[in-house]
Design a protein around this ligand. Sequence first.
Ligand SMILES: CC(C)(COP(=O)(O)OP(=O)(O)OC[C@H]1O[C@@H](n2cnc3c(N)ncnc32)[C@H](O)[C@@H]1OP(=O)(O)O)[C@@H](O)C(=O)NCCC(=O)NCCS
Length: 156
Amino acid sequence: MNPNIRAATGKDLEAVLELERVGYDSDHFGRRQFLHLLTKANAVTLIIDGEQSIVGMCMVAFHRGSSSCRIYNITVHPGHRRNGYAKMLLEEAQLLAISRGANVMRLEVRHDNDIAISFYERYGFVRGERKRNYYDGGKSAWVYRKRLTTSDSVTR
Ligand SMILES: CC(C)(COP(=O)(O)OP(=O)(O)OC[C@H]1O[C@@H](n2cnc3c(N)ncnc32)[C@H](O)[C@@H]1OP(=O)(O)O)[C@@H](O)C(=O)NCCC(=O)NCCS
C-alpha cells in the first residue's frame, strides 16, 4: 500500500471512532469529543487511508498564543502495525506543527504503555513529569516533550 496522509474532517467521524475502538481498550475519547476535535477545536487529525477504512491517525492540538502543541493520540490499526505508519504520521505532524509556528511538541502517555513509550523515545521525545490519576483506573501518565527545529524535527 502506498499511504496517503490527509487531514480528517467531520465526515471521518465514524471511521475515527472505529479505529479508536479497535486501537486501544481504555480511555476512549468518544463521539462528542472526537466530533469537537474534528470540526471545531484548534486541532488537526492526520489520517492514513487504507483499502477499507483508515489505518492510522494522529491528532495534534494547537493553543492560541502558545508555541507548544500537543499530540492527543497516535493510533494504528492492530492489523497494520510495524509498517512505519505511526512514524509517517509523526513526521507529518511535526512538519505541520512547525508550519504553524510550534517549537515544542508534548504528549501524555500511560506509564505502562511500553510500546508507545519505545516509539516516542525512539523519535526523540524526552520524559518529563509524572501525572498521577490521569487515566481510567487511576493510572498515571508520563509527560513527554520534544523540541522541534526545522533541521532535526523530522524522524527520517
Ligand atoms: C504505538 C503505535 C501507534 C505504533 O504504531 P506502528 O505503526 O506500529 O509504529 P511504527 O511501525 O511506525 O514503528 C516505529 C518504531 O516505533 C517502535 N515500535 C513500534 N512498535 C513497537 C513494539 N511493538 N515494540 C517495540 N517498539 C516498537 C520501533 O522503534 C519502531 O521501529 P522499527 O519497526 O524499525 O523497530 C501502535 O502500537 C498503536 O496504535 N498502539 C495503540 C495506541 C497507543 O497506545 N497509542 C499511543 C498512545 S497516545
